[in-house]
Design a binder for this molecule. Structure first.
Ligand code: GCO
Ligand code: MG
Length: 402
């Protein structure tokens, strides 16, 4: 069997998505997500100019060899653009392999390790009172885990709080929006939020919080300590993670578990965090970390060091990524949690899929392959729109992590 065609499809049903569709000479198709929020066209061009010409005529069954060709062959290793492009090819080839075998992809990964995938939803609101209502919404819909974000008194436009509470979308107009940040106000406010949420919902609900890289290690240590009475499942991205050894400082001060990894694109970004047991959950994804093949390598390494998965699943990762993530999640021994923000109806219509949500869990597709596709006619109705991620500044104008 040979690859006859590979199409890069850019569509914007409410937000931008990049999808690779590979077609074999006998008409089997496979899809892979290549969306990199705010940098979509860079990956689309990388695929079109540098990857698609290499795919035509290749044997689609050779997933590992194709991965190595695209990784080692480029010479310029790693990076989010390269690794998202490799991920799209890898994911599409697993989809094809599943269809050819007549099996859902999770069966090719070793079969089920659990019945379904526990997910966490996003409760976000400007005030503490309003966020209690949002948490209740998720509990009422069966969720066992909820991420909680609120505004901070005195600050406007805090990350994680959106106008539409059900569909958080950080990317906005063509030029980045700016907001002002204050670490002292945030550190003062956040434990008060969790005190109220824990008191209202009791000990069983898993609670999570995303810091979005905004602290230094010693500030993160203070936050983690102040949240200990409320027994969070995790504190996410407490600091930027380029300096992996910085996590030693956080770790030595707090027992609040740490989750990191949504911006990582290879095993080398988290190797020290994992082998020194500086984190509890690694949040790498299919799309940004080299596809199903490479994600499995990260999770296998993590498994040796008591680190569980907690894959990123925001709405800027397409249903193709989510479908693929569920096959990984249901099969690995060290699954932790999967982030889940429902896509809009227009996005779901462009990406027909057969995974389903029930009782706080996502169930992967039972169809051969990934169980997701792109409706190319529907996709063509939504042309690309430039949309940038925001930036954050301190009161004196200093650019800060957002
Ligand atoms: C999360 C993330 C997202 C990212 C977004 C960037 O935990 O879901 O932090 O909200 O900011 O995916 O594109
Ligand atoms: Mg996050």
């Amino acid at each position: 069997m040979r690859i006859a065609d590979a199409r890069v499809i850019v569509t914007s049903p409410g937000r931008n998505f990049v999808t690779l569709k590979i077609v074999t000479a006998d008409g089997v198709t496979g899809v892979g997500d290549a969306t990199l929020n705010g940098r979509e066209l860079a990956v689309a061009a990388y695929l079109t100019e540098h990857v698609v010409p290499l795919l035509i005529g290749r044997d689609p069954a050779r997933i590992e060899d194709t991965w190595q060709l695209l990784y080692k062959g480029a010479y310029w290793r790693r990076g989010p653009v390269t690794m998202s492009a490799i991920a799209a090819v890898d994911t599409a080839l697993w989809d094809i392999k599943g269809k050819v075998a007549g099996l859902p992809v999770y069966q090719l990964l070793g079969g089920r390790s659990r019945e379904a995938v526990t997910v966490y939803g996003h409760a976000n609101a400007e005030t503490v009172d309003d966020v209690l209502g949002e948490v209740a919404h998720y509990v009422d819909h069966g969720y066992r885990a909820v991420r909680v974000q609120t505004g901070v008194p005195g600050l406007t436009g805090v990350y994680g709080v959106s106008r539409d509470p059900r569909h958080y979308e950080p990317a906005g107009g063509a030029v980045p929006a700016e907001s002002v940040w204050s670490t002292p106000r945030y550190l003062e406010h956040t434990p008060r939020v969790f005190e109220k949420v824990r008191a209202e919902f009791g000990p069983d609900l898993m609670l999570l919080h995303d810091v979005h890289h905004r602290l230094t290690p010693i500030e993160a240590a203070r936050l983690g300590r102040s949240l200990e009475p409320y027994a969070l499942t995790w504190m996410e991205d407490p600091v930027p993670a380029e300096l992996q050894e910085g996590f030693r400082l956080i770790r030595s001060h707090t027992t609040t578990p740490i989750a990191v990894g949504e911006v990582f694109n290879s095993i080398w970004d988290c190797q020290q965090l994992i082998t020194e047991q500086l984190i509890d959950y690694v949040r790498t994804t299919v799309v940004h970390a080299g596809g199903i093949s490479h994600l499995r390598r990260i999770f296998d390494l993590a498994n040796l060091y008591h680190v569980r998965s907690g894959s990123h699943g925001a709405t800027d990762l397409s249903p193709v990524c989510l479908a693929a993530a569920l096959h990984v999640d249901v099969s690995i021994p060290n699954f932790g949690l999967q982030e889940y923000m429902a896509h809009t109806a227009e996005t779901d219509a462009v990406f027909p899929h057969t995974y389903r949500f029930a009782g706080g869990m996502l169930h992967p597709s039972e169809e051969p392959g990934l169980g997701v596709d792109i409706d190319e006619e529907a996709a063509a109705r939504y042309p690309y729109r430039a949309a940038a991620l925001p930036v954050n500044r301190l009161a004196d104008g200093t650019l800060h992590s957002w």
